[in-house]
Design a protein around this ligand. Structure first.
Ligand SMILES: [Ca+2]
Length: 150
């Protein structure tokens, strides 16, 4: 009697049932589709955040240059003919900045030491992953142009 019942349901185990291969494959495919949707959005948000962070840094350094000039009789931080790094080092030495302001890869400070004007440019030959400065979801020549106007 017992032997005949086992032959009727040879694949059935008592009390537990696992997932079939098809069920597992369906779950894996769904997770893959979700990842393909979500990961590019993270990359886009990261690119936009990188542009926003650099713009914020630029604004901070510019305002501290202006404050330094007010306190130092309109002189040029770093001296006439100095570089952007020399100007920033002067601000750090005098307590206007707490540390060196690092630029994200591809960004380059442009310092006009005759007028104490700090600009920033993006050089795609240094880092071709141009940050999305205009918020349209991609990084291209338009973003390089936008960064130049900051
Ligand atoms: Ca863009």
């Amino acid at each position: 009697m017992m032997k005949s019942m086992n032959y009727e349901n040879p694949g059935k185990r008592c009390g537990s049932r696992g997932f079939t291969l098809i069920e597992i494959l369906i779950v894996v495919v769904i997770l893959g589709i979700l990842a393909a949707i979500i990961i590019p959005q993270f990359a886009s948000a990261q690119s936009a955040a990188r542009a926003t962070a650099m713009r914020s840094q630029l604004g901070t350094v510019r305002s501290q240059i202006a404050a330094w000039q007010v306190q130092n009789g309109g002189q040029i931080p770093g001296g006439p003919g100095g570089t952007a790094d020399e100007a920033i080092d002067t601000l750090i030495a005098d307590g206007y900045l707490t540390r060196t302001v690092f630029v994200s890869p591809g960004f380059v400070w442009i310092w006009d030491s005759s007028r104490a004007e700090l600009e920033i440019e993006y050089d795609p030959s240094i880092d071709p992953s141009i940050p999305d400065a205009d918020g349209d979801g991609d990084g291209d020549a338009d973003d390089v142009a936008v960064i130049r106007t900051w």
